[in-house]
Every structure is written in C-alpha cells, then in structure tokens.
Design a protein. Sequence first.
Length: 325
Amino acid sequence: MIAALLLALLMQAPPAKQGPPAKPGPPTKEAQQRVPDRDALLARAAESIQRGNRAEAKQLLAAAGQQHQSVRAWLQLARLESEDGRAADAVRALSAARTLAPNAEEVLASFAELSMRARAPVPAMLAIESLTRMYTSEARYDYLLGVALMTAGDMPAAIDALRKANTLEPDRPLTLLALGLVYNNQKMSGDARALLRRALDLDPESLEALAALAEASAGDGDIESAERDATRALTRDPGNATANLVIGMVRMAQQRYPEARAALDAAAAADPHSPKPDYQLSLVYARMGDQASSERHLDRYRQKMRALQDAAKALRQAGSGGLHE
C-alpha cells in the first residue's frame, strides 16, 4: 500500500548472484591509440541496447567509464545493472560515478533511486536532502523526498515534503496520489478522497489512484463507493494489494468473513511489508472464533509496526544534521 505503486518498478527484479568485475590492467601505448573516443563508445552501447544485447552494452559503458572517466557512462551502466537485478554491480558503477562527480545532480538522483530500489531509505534520504537544498524550486526532488519518507514510515514529514512539491508544481497526478496515500495512512480519509478524485480526473487510467480512492472511501464509511472502486481495480489487476485490502474490509463489514479472509490474504501476499492486512486479519479471525490465528496476525502486525517505527527512528537520527529542520 504505502508507496508500493511508486516503487513497484524499482522493486521487481531480485538481486542476482555475481562476483566482482575483473579489474583491467593499465592499457599499453598501442592499445591507447586504438581506444575509441567516449562518444563512439556511448553510441555503440546505445545501439547494443536497441538490439537487446545488454551484455555488450555493459562492456562498452564500462570501457567508456574506465578509459575516459565518463560519469555518463557509469550512470548508464548502473541503471542497466540495477534493471537486471545486479545490485552489487550497480553500486560499484554508481560509486565510480560519485568518485568523479560527488555533488552532481544526476549522480545524487541516481544514487537515491538505487537506494530506494534496495529498500534503503536512509541513504536515499541523505542524497535527496542534498538535492532539495541545491535545487529549491525543483518539485521532483521534494516529491522523491516525500516518497522516501513514506517508505521509511515518517508520515508527518512526508506530508510536508509532498505538500511543498504540490505547491511548486500543482496538480501533478503522482504527487496528488502520494499525498492521498499518506492521508489514508494517517486516517485523514476526507482529505485523501478530494486529492485522489483530482488525481483520477487528471489521469483517469491510474489503477493506483482508483484503489487508493477505494481505501479512502472505506475509511470514510462509504462502503458502497469503496466496494465499487475496489472491484473496478481488481477487474484490471486481481492481485492489487490496496484493492484486496478494501474488499477484505468491505466483506468484513458485510459479515462475509471467509471472503474477507481470502481478500486480506491476497493483500498480505501482494504487500508483505504492510501491517494493514495483518491487523484486519486479526479482526476477521477473532470474529470467526479462531483466537489463535487472530493472535498470530496481531503479533505480525505489531512486528511490522515496530519495523516501521525503527526505520523512522533511524531516519530521524541520520537526518539530525538538518533533514527535518
């Protein structure tokens, strides 16, 4: 639920096992004379990607990075490695870029993205904080800051960052959606519904906004609207975590407990980090008279809440030098 849609593409590929890349020795004078220039290597890498030969593209980008000290090449290589689930190799490429240009905007932004991909919001936060200070009028960095804060569980700070992003660039659908998600988490359902309706007006095809609106309606007690919108979302994506959560809540309100349990199990499987399905499952099992299962899910809920609280605490400690000032 919280930030799942915003980070879904970043989280899909699991890290692959890999060893460290071979370290090339210094090129001979003859070899240096044969070295293609940087732009030629980058152009060939782009062609390789278009042909689907990612391995060749990576070799060419590494050559451009090593031989020409190209920040652009290292960044492109880091993105390819990250897309392929090779987190360790992506970090190595990005570290090379940071060595060459530690304060460059694109380097910091790429580092933040990679950290979020690895579910490491604290290092992402520190990079994004630098960007928000250097580029005070760039809404996208306050937006990314808000998303990272959401991921770390610091919802009040996320609201501040996302509101600023919305002020700098009003009516951006993803910003409205992110704010709606935070408001849902903070049980501010009325505010969430207004923002999410606007997000849907701007982007009618947004499945995530539709599911989030269903959750806001459920929080407002509008069961009919919640069921309608959640059902529409599930028609498009049967595994959607938020829509399944809402259907579980609706079925529980309708006292259709086995159906509620099935929907909430699907929500928990789709978003295993969220404590919400476990809390609702504890209620469902209690009403079904299965106290042992109710206690088990309540314990899982508490564990996940503690994990979120610990992450938010670590974030505040890491940012004590100015992140939340």
